[in-house]
Design a protein around this ligand. Sequence first.
Ligand SMILES: NCCCNCCCCCC(=O)CS
Ligand SMILES: [Zn+2]
Length: 680
Amino acid sequence: MASGTALIYDEAMTRHKLLWNDPICDIEVPERLSASYEQLQCYHLVERCIPVPAREGSEEEILLVHSSEHLEAAKSTQAMNEEELKRISGNYDSFFFHPNTYHCARLAVGAALQLVDSVMSGKVCNGMALVRPPGHHSQRNAANGFCLFNNVAIAAEYAKLKYGLQRILIVDWDVHHGQGTQYIFEEDPSVLYFSWHRYEHQEFWPSLKESDYDAVGLGKGKGFNINLPWNKVGMGNSDYLAAFFHVLLPMAFEFDPELVLVSSGYDSGIGDPEGQMNATPEVFAHLTHFLMQLAHGKLCVILEGGYHLRSLSESVCMTVRTLLRDPLPQVTGEMAPCLSAIESIQNVRAAHKPYWKWLTYEDTSFLHNLSTKSDLVKTADTNPCRDDEAKITDSNGTDRIERFLELHMKNIVFPVPPIKTATTELKASADPNTFPVHLHVVKEMDKNELEALVSDFHADLVEANKTLLFLGSTLTILDKILKKEVCSGIAESPAASASVAVALRHSLHFGFQRVLCIFVGDTDIMPSTEDGKILIIHVCKKEQTGKSSSKHYVVLNWKEDADGNDFFSAVLGFILPVAYSYQPNLIIIAVGANRSLGISGISLIIGLLQGLAESRILAVIEDTDINLMQSVAKALAGASMPHFGVHVPPTQEKVNQIKKLRNQLQQDWKMLQCSVNDGI
Ligand SMILES: NCCCNCCCCCC(=O)CS
Ligand SMILES: [Zn+2]
């Protein structure tokens, strides 16, 4: 399993610059690259990455996407004087040439290809390429929107050709629609393209009809082009997370890509003059973390836009830190998507319903059927999504953004230590290669220390006759986590329910305010949760007599489908949104007897929830299945997800159960919202 993060940066790409006055293009400055790199150095992240050199993309590689006319036109600019450069630049929408542009654009292409090679060869697991000029607006025959060659599109074609890949996911979180990339792949089912973008009902550049949610791809490519238009500015962290939970991630897991490329534009971040959005840098750590759960972690992040230097730099650092598998900082802001975001999410889900199994069962419907979309334009008020925060990004807000970000980044807590998973003597740990990840083995708590602890706090929970010892490993590991000596841990227990009950009580006693417990399997002990300090999600086979779900105690009846894992939609569409709404300080994953989930379902939960609680996860395992222990250890240690078997969509009755729970709880846990029809 490859490890390590590549970083590609070449100072030569700073030599493309605007030579004349052009208020549209003057934000695409060389300092975008140097400031980002300097911030990475400042956080000591450069030295933790594996440096990979850029190279010039060859003409042949550029011709994978572009016409020879386009290539020749670009090549001819190297010898031009300023007047000629200005004239040829005028042939394109929002593009400028400099004598070095062609060379820089070839380096940007080559950097992207070097990154693909580093990941596909297993030299690294993932990486980031800091490049300019950007690429996602450029088309077969035209430069556009600061872009000359489409770096990410060429990287996708290159990966298909050289590595025979058949499923590549491109995630474009830049705030502009990568129409260039859409045009290149809209008939190609081997490339799933997802883009969200400021749209404002076609008011915002590039103001294209085909940037709307109903552009789903053409011919064989139908269903493989996903456009999520933002019809208001001021979108924030919760809007972006909801878009991942309810649109991108279910499709991405069903698509099961072999490689993930990110058109990583940070003009969707706060303070950017183009985007006017409110998402803060740490959200990019969470978005990156989710994508690392796909394609065995094979992820290539390639820079596109981002024009507020401080916002750009901080977001780049958040991305690289996550690629290095550092635990994620808590995401800030109210976990509630705004109405406009939910409308867009609902519409794009409805538009894609005919093409995706997981959607087939969801009774999504268009907000307004397409003919009345014009009504939306009339109703759309021009105010940004959240008036209060939007003030931060008003025009003369530059210095105020600096101050805001200065303060915001100071308040961001980076968990220490970076991910380290502890365990006590595991039966299997004798054989090191069964645990392919480094496990920090801790000494058991000694008997009298344990007796003192239990008798003080937990005697009522532990019947006298039960051997106290089994509590030992749970409390030993929990103590290490509470004291931040380790991030996560695995404890074996012959009675998961009792161990969990004591662990929950102990955590609250320690002072944690919100503990999320996901209990998989049958259990009888369910501690009281009414004060909101504990949220239980109980995944079990059979109907729990007399226990209906409530805000802090959710029962999810799920018996995994025999021939595959259908649990994706429950994790992505329900558990993840609830967990992110709750923002726990600690997560306890317990696996009791008769677990009704497969190992991949349990690993998926751990992998996706790891972004929460600063990665503080305690796993309490009753089921001594060695494969389960191994998978849990790998997931906790941040190793990328195992390959999930065949993706089977959940049955109608399982989807109905999720829908019912979503309707029942979406007022409490607002990240569950993905349509406005349910009378929000
Ligand atoms: N009234 C005309 C306004 C034109 N604005 C063009 C902005 C291009 C932005 C391209 C970009 O950021 C790439 S990521
Ligand atoms: Zn952009």
